[in-house]
Each structure stands twice: as C-alpha cells, then as structure tokens.
Design a protein around this ligand. Sequence first.
Ligand code: 2AM
Length: 187
Amino acid sequence: MRLFLALELGARERRAICQAIAPMKKAAPEASWIREENLHLSIKFFGELPDAAPAALEEILAAVAAAQPPLDLRISGLGAFPNLRAPRVVWMGVQHDPRLELMHHDIEATCAANGYALDARAFRPHITLARVRDEMPLANARALAVAARAVGYKGVQQVTALALLESTLTPAGPRYTKVASIPLGGG
Ligand code: 2AM
C-alpha cells in the first residue's frame, strides 16, 4: 500500500480554502486542482509499504505524537514550487512554527531509526492546491499569480492527531483513506 503521514484539515477549513482560491482555479483551469476532500498538509511520504506497515508505524510513532501538544496551523499565503512563473505545484502556506518543524524532525528520526527511508526533499510545509503537468505558458502563469496575490485568506486549523493515509491511484485521481490516527498529546 502507498502510504503517507499528514495533518488533516477539517471540512470547514477545506471548504473555506476552496472558496478562497476559486479565482485562481478560474485563472488556471488547465492545472489539476486537488479535490476539496483531499486537501491536507503532508508530513512524510513513505511510498509502497507492506500491508503490515500501518500497525508498525502506529506503534513506533505513538510516543513521538504523544510528546507533541496539539498545534494550531496558521494557514496563509500562496506560492508554487519551483516558483509562480513556472508553477509545478501550487500551494497554500502555513506560518513558520518551530513546533511543527520539531515534530517533523522527531518523526523523521524515529522512522529512520526503524529502517524507513528519509524523505529526499526538505520539509517545506504546504497544502498542495494544484499540480501542473505541462509547462504553463507565461501569460497563464501571470494570470494565476495575479489571482493568487488577491487571495487574502487566513485560516487556523487545530491539529490533534497525525493521520496515516493510504493513497489509492484511480483514473479519477488519488483517493485517500485514513488507515491510522495517531493522537498528539492531550488530543
Ligand atoms: P505534495 O502535495 O507536496 O505533492 C500524497 O501523494 C502526498 O504525499 C502529497 O501530499 C504529496 O506531497 C506527498 N508526497 C511527498 N513526496 C512524494 C512523492 N515522492 N511522491 C508522491 N507524493 C509525495
């Protein structure tokens, strides 16, 4: 199974983000916009793991999660990887939070100590909004950037658990199923 660890957003937060970015979707309809129910903040991608992995991960991550108090994600800001002139991944940001960095670090360290591969890419917490397969013409990218600049959305999402999600790839796009919820301390 294809697994990743994420922080989930509540239905209200996902709805509000979708509404806020509607002008961006209009400006760049050719991008693959993430379905509302799939919006999340990814913490660690595992890729294909055996069916026994969720139980094993739940066990090794329980103590790490319990040591973290629930945290508030302060959601704001739009951007793209590698940049908005040539976007490949369009995202909404979260304000820098040392607790989130620390939690990610502890998760990586614990996973590595248990034989799981380290993420190849640096942790840049974001909520992916869209993916762009073919290079976007500059004029379209400009229109998207203008629309993004006009989005003043700010949201707060309280997070009380790590979600271990299974991603099933379907012709209609990925479907995410929660296979474990690992509570943060007091969550
Ligand atoms: P992304 O949104 O920044 O692309 C499910 O694919 C989740 O795992 C997504 O949130 C994705 O992050 C993340 N992820 C991280 N590394 C990935 C990889 N190598 N392949 C696919 N998804 C990855």
